[in-house]
Write a protein that binds this ligand. Structure first.
Ligand code: AMP
Ligand code: DBH
Length: 548
């Protein structure tokens, strides 16, 4: 028996969210069908040399759905999807949803260790990858995943499939039989958390709640049928997927352009050619774009909105967006668990540059800012952000310990972020209470990386911390107490690489130390330890910089 995959709000909340029109009963399947009706001949997606109209996208989703069902997959099954920014991202995803099969979205950067964790935790029965991407062989990864997780019965490859199941052969299947309509309160897809403690957790999102966040995002981000959204960040991530992202674009009858890379030399020609109007970036990429734009020969004048989020965008950089790129900046502070804040496109310039926006749902995104004792802090003072609302989850999948930690008894999600609130509900992110590293928008759990390091035969103990970084925002630094003679830092990094984990989790910096500080009683929490080590390194680096 597989564990039930669900996301349930208490009855009174569910009723309220329905009554107020947030949850409409629409599903991804009915949504796409309606768009194909209304915008049939308009181009829905551009990726590589593919250009599909809405009619074609819906047809391709039907073909994909028939193919998945012909393999023996059943409604309610879970499928790991690991695809880059290609047109097929949408035909695979809508195909799965068309058949009421639930996609579990992983990032192209994930490797065997992460994929097997997601596969086991979600009890997935199939795995969809592209053949090769960015120099990496996903078919080989698929072989390893299948060998380690026997419950995965099918590996489906977009492109040259080798001995795997070819997604491109799905077209040979008999057409789709009618599929039963799905309950809009059921889970449509699974997102993954950045993992503030330990391994990443699974985030089940329902049709009702996810579609609400998309539908409500569109007007705040200026999406109309004339919009062209560039998928620059990996589109499996919650931000470019839903804020408003590729789904917002499809919801609005607009166009998605898939960029194989967010680098200016790839993205700028696409902006010019496809007349892109909106895209979303993490702060380090926004800095790169600001640097490259004045020198580019490409015409970027179609760009109306540049969204920046995933990590804090500093005000000084934010101020340069309009003069350099000639478009409106939209700061986006969101989380795969739900709550998304946007600066509004017509906000005064200082709100746009100095805040991370305000919640989508003015009436029913409940935002609390509390001190460590749980008391509300006065407006303008920093505190812990907790939230509850029509698209914020009430629990992770199958993780009682994480749920006990991350949710209050009355269902508020403890975001782990420290924020202050300005008049009008605008939030300014000040920092965070949890020990993860936000490396250019990729969240890395200190604990997860420490666990890997502790498996090294020459490492006695390790503490991983975030260090402020001019470009990345934060980088990761591992403090290591060697067991005997210290290994070389490069060899520790090389060894980490062989652990089959996403490259962004490999420590940027390694510092060997003889011992960790302890308090008078000889005990120190990991949290205090990390804080002390971090403070000391920052101080030492500042002292070094200060020297002539
Ligand atoms: P996740 O829970 O993995 O989806 O990551 C969401 C987290 O990313 C938030 O809780 C914040 O810590 C961080 N984050 C997202 N957007 C911003 C932003 N605009 N400014 C600062 N931090 C952000
Ligand atoms: O960082 C995030 O997870 C994020 C950022 C902006 C997000 O999930 C979102 C918008 O929806």
């Amino acid at each position: 028996m597989t564990k039930k995959l669900e996301q349930v709000w208490p009855q009174d909340f569910a009723e309220r969210y329905r009554q107020r029109g947030y949850w409409t009963g629409e599903t991804f399947r009915t949504m796409l069908a309606a768009r194909a009706q209304e915008y049939g001949d308009a181009i829905a997606v551009v990726g590589g040399d593919q250009r599909w109209t809405y009619t074609e996208l819906a047809q391709r989703a039907d073909v994909a759905a028939a193919g998945f069902l012909a393999l023996g997959l059943k409604p309610g099954d879970r499928v790991i999807v690991q695809l880059p920014n290609i047109a097929e991202f949408l035909s695979v995803t809508f195909g799965l949803m068309r058949a009421n099969i639930i996609p579990v979205f992983t990032l192209p950067a994930h490797r065997l260790t992460e994929i097997t964790h997601f596969a086991r935790k979600s009890e997935a029965v199939a795995y969809v990858v592209a053949d090769k991407w960015d120099g990496f062989e996903y078919r080989t990864l698929a072989d390893s995943v299948m060998a380690e997780v026997p419950a995965i019965q099918h590996s489906i490859v977009v492109g040259d499939a080798g001995h795997h199941t070819a997604f491109n052969d799905f077209a040979a299947n008999p057409p789709l039989l009618p599929v039963e309509d799905v309950d809009p309160a059921s889970v449509a897809l699974v997102q993954i958390s950045g993992g503030s403690t330990g391994l990443s957790k699974l985030i089940p999102r329902t049709h009702n709640d996810y579609l609400y966040s998309i539908r409500a995002s569109n007007p705040l981000c200026g999406i109309t049928p004339d919009s062209v959204y560039l998928g620059a960040l990996p589109v499996a991530h919650n931000f470019p997927m839903s804020s408003p992202g590729i789904f917002g674009a499809i919801y609005g009858g607009a166009r998605v352009v898939m960029a194989p890379s967010p680098a200016p030399d790839t993205a700028f020609p696409l902006i010019e050619r496809e007349k892109v109007t909106i895209t979303g970036l993490v702060p380090p990429l926004a800095l790169l774009w600001l640097q490259a734009a004045p020198k580019t020969g490409h015409n970027l004048s179609s760009l109306e909105v540049l969204q920046v989020g995933g990590a804090k965008f500093m005000a000084e950089a934010a101020k340069r967006v309009r003069p350099v790129l000639g478009c409106t900046l939209q700061q986006v502070f969101g989380m795969a668990e739900g709550l998304v804040n946007y600066t509004r496109l017509d906000d005064p310039e200082d709100i746009i540059t100095d805040t991370q926006g305000r919640a989508i749902c003015t009436e029913d995104d409940e935002v609390l800012i509390l001190d460590d004792q749980g008391n509300a802090v006065p407006e303008g003072e920093a505190g812990n952000l907790l939230t509850r609302g029509p698209y914020t989850i009430r629990g992770y999948h199958d993780d009682a310990a994480a749920n006990a930690r991350s949710f209050t008894e009355d269902g508020f999600y403890r975001t782990g972020d420290v924020v202050k609130r300005l008049p009008g509900g605008y939030l300014v992110v000040q920092g965070r209470a949890t020990d993860h590293i936000n490396r250019a928008g990729e969240k890395i759990s200190a604990e997860e990386v420490e666990d890997h390091l502790l498996a090294h035969p020459q490492i006695f103990d390790a503490a991983v911390v975030s260090i402020p970084d001019d470009f990345l925002g934060e980088r990761s630094c591992a403090f290591i107490i060697p067991d005997g003679e210290a290994p070389k830092a490069a060899s520790v990094k090389g060894w980490m690489r062989k652990r089959d984990i996403a490259a962004f989790k490999i420590p940027d910096q390694i510092v060997f130390v003889d011992e960790f500080v302890t308090t008078a009683v000889g005990k120190i929490s990991r949290k205090e330890l990390r804080a002390t080590l971090r403070a000391r390194l920052i101080e030492e680096e500042a002292a070094k910089k200060g020297q002539p």
